[in-house]
Design a protein around this ligand. Sequence first.
Ligand code: NAP
Ligand code: ZN
Length: 359
Amino acid sequence: MTQTTPNHTQSVAGWAALEQNGKITPYVFKRRENGPDDVTIKVLFCGMCHTDLHHLRNDWGITFYPLVPGHEITGLITKVGSNVSEFKVGDRVGVGCLAASCLNCEFCNDSQENYCEQVQFTYGGIFWDGSITYGGYSEMLVAHKRYVVHVPDGLPMDGAAPLLCAGITVYSPMKQHNMMQPGKKLGVVGLGGLGHVAIKFAKAVGLHVTVISTSPSKEKEAKDRLGADEFLLSTDVKQMRAHSRTLDFIIDTVAAKHSLGPILDLLKVKGNLVLVGAPDKPVDLPSFPLIFGKRMVSGSMTGGMKETQEMMNFCAKHNITCDIELVKPDNINEAMDRLARNDVRYRFVIDITAAKSSL
Ligand code: NAP
Ligand code: ZN
């Protein structure tokens, strides 16, 4: 599908996959003119979320091609519309997963735009004007002001980029379940982009953190550098059993099909497991660990805009940034392959300014 919308007149250099599992290649496309409620952003950095990989492979059966991925975007405002007073040219800003919502329902009115029935995402969505949205693997973005946040002074633009998805996706359920305050015991399943930020948030507020991982090689770093208190190998049945009924809350960030049974056993009675990882196949959910421990399982999808700004401010206050490896646009495919192999500590971020512009 290609853009045919009339006011999409601005040419933008970006990077796209043209077909399922295709390589990501330079791709010039059109964006809309900056409308009265829009801001135009010169993109500086864009994180590579595992969701980008799911989309590239069409894991969820919902991908449109050409696909310009990217929803962990930081950049500088270059233009503001006539109705925009919240931002000015030169401001450091971020854009996450959301591009549009109805702005009129109970969820939008409560700044939970992410749960609006008409929510549209930063890429692979359908914008109000009928055009397909293209993400942050590109040099410029036009965004409605509602879905833009300030990047507070003191946060580096590269290390802050993944906060716009990975950060808010763990912050929102942690806050909802009263885990953004000290005292409780948190479990983090999967030590990747989302998981490593969850540990940082938890340590900033004084939680006890147990990492549950498939990668023995991550133990030392998880404890010594990220500050995790305990590290469990999910493949070690004895170790997992020895920790049954020890955790208040678990956030599961795993990107592939797995069994929730042994994870649920780690929860205390009435404990909560929140799924944020989005495997392409259903996870195994046995009834017994739920029944015997009166435990709960739920899900959570990114966060609303007010909460996203709150999370950015929290990160500035606590000096939290993501552990990143910068990649040049020419090396996106290599980075994507490494992401698929679980070979990243803990987020690739594309340095968009390193592009040889194809315009
Ligand atoms: P990531 O950096 O690749 O981390 C995922 C982690 O899952 C890996 O580091 C790995 O940790 C663990 N894992 C275990 N088995 C795996 C397998 N077979 N394949 C891949 N990972 C495996 O991914 P991410 O960017 O944090 O995203 C994680 C998931 O969350 C993805 O499914 C993504 O689409 C989803 N997501 C959801 C939302 C939302 O709103 N709910 C937002 C963003 C992302 P260990 O090595 O420690 O086992
Ligand atoms: Zn994401």
